[in-house]
Design a protein around this ligand. Structure first.
Ligand SMILES: NC(=O)c1ccc[n+]([C@@H]2O[C@H](COP(=O)([O-])OP(=O)(O)OC[C@H]3O[C@@H](n4cnc5c(N)ncnc54)[C@H](OP(=O)(O)O)[C@@H]3O)[C@@H](O)[C@H]2O)c1
Length: 344
């Protein structure tokens, strides 16, 4: 039987990183924008904070700007943002053969369900990228800047050749972690991603945001709402960080002096780092807010749990998305944000 091919669909930061890793042991094709395809054809370095390195150079025939007429016997690693997913799935529908497997790698909630809807009869698995990846243009380097594994849904049965194909994502740069409780992992990752919107709203680096107790209190309130939703659904959140999920908000609420002492690891971030939602907002792009804080509010409503802070934060990000003055706004302090969100 022929081996599975690998196709990265939407090769930006995550797609190029995952594809670069798969490329260490298998053939991989990339579908993406020309800027990324040129980088991949010129050759990129993959690194992590510990100094591990790998190189990948894609061949011309492995880089496409458009979907091919047919994709057969392939693992399709779907790595566009949630905001691009519906349009892409509609275009994939007539192209994907039934012997393909689709791995959805989006943050937040809803991507795999959407893929199931558009690709009936195709096996869809959920993947969760637990780390952050950034691009360094001067060094042509994709850098994994935080700890975090690649969590992959473990279905009840999987043919050995498919297990082998999916395991090509295992590398010393990225640990593959099979999970039967992938829904719980998605919620646990979402808990960590709730701060992205606050970073976008307050318009200052992540480190400065974490050193502002008012901002931390808002993030803690967002997390408490998510914990109430998962508790109502009997979802047990796995531990993705040094601090277990249920204690994170208590740590965030500590006074500055104690927070700095106890949460030192959280502050080990590059002083100018910003969340991807901040970058999207500044560039006038639609953000993933509906799949993050918006999804918590929506799922809360379905479970009879009110999530007013997540809802107001989602509304505030959407209002910034519509504003023409977003790039020129001034940084906001945490106490002002608390007041705006009626959180006092
Ligand atoms: N970056 C991280 O550190 C990180 C970590 C964990 C999880 N995630 C999640 O992973 C997902 C991907 O994030 P990312 O940061 O990799 O995003 P990204 O860098 O924007 O990559 C997505 C790429 O797909 C392209 N694209 C969109 N529609 C396409 C289409 N129809 N055909 C071909 N290419 C298309 C985008 O181009 P345009 O920009 O032109 O649309 C972009 O270059 C998100 O859900 C994100 O939340 C990201």
């Amino acid at each position: 039987m022929t081996q599975y091919q690998h196709v990265i669909v939407g090769s930006g930061l995550i797609g190029s990183f995952i594809g670069g890793i798969i490329g260490q042991s298998a053939r991989v094709s990339f579908i993406g924008r020309s800027i990324w395809l040129e980088r991949l054809m010129a050759g990129i370095t993959l690194t992590d904070y510990a100094g591990t390195e790998a190189e990948h150079k894609a061949g011309k025939g492995e880089c496409l700007e458009e979907l091919p007429a047919k994709i057969e016997r392939s693992v399709i690693w779907l790595t566009v943002k949630n905001t691009a997913l519906t349009e892409l799935l509609a275009r994939l529908q007539p192209v994907v053969a039934p012997d393909c497997v689709v791995v959805c790698c989006q943050n937040g909630l809803g991507a795999a369900a959407l893929a199931h809807k558009y690709l009936p009869g195709i096996r869809v698995l959920q993947g969760i990228v637990g780390c952050n990846v950034v691009w360094d243009e001067s060094l042509k380097r994709l850098q994994k800047t935080t700890e975090g594994e690649f969590f992959l849904e473990q279905p009840e049965s999987l043919a050995p050749e498919l297990t082998k194909a999916l395991s090509t994502v295992q590398h010393k740069l990225l640990t593959l972690c099979w999970r039967q409780d992938i829904e719980a992992v998605a919620w646990a990752k979402l808990q960590l991603n709730l701060a992205n919107s606050i970073n976008a709203i307050v318009n200052k680096p992540v480190r400065a945001m974490l050193l502002d107790r008012g901002c931390r209190e808002v993030i803690a309130a967002l997390m408490d709402e998510l914990l109430a939703v998962t508790a109502a659904r009997n979802i047990r959140l796995p531990k993705l960080t040094r601090v277990p999920a249920r204690y994170l908000s208590a740590v965030l609420r500590l006074p500055d002096w104690l927070f700095k002492r106890l949460a030192n690891a959280m502050l080990h971030i590059e002083p100018n780092a910003r969340s991807s939602m901040w970058w999207d907002l500044q560039a006038g792009r639609v953000t993933e807010i509906d799949y993050l804080n918006g999804a918590v509010a929506e799922q809360g409503a379905l479970s009879g749990v009110s999530c007013p802070i997540n809802k107001r934060v989602a509304d505030q990000v959407k209002s910034l998305q519509r504003s023409t003055l977003v790039a020129a706004r001034r940084p906001l302090d945490g106490n002002t944000l608390k007041y705006q969100l009626h959180l006092e």
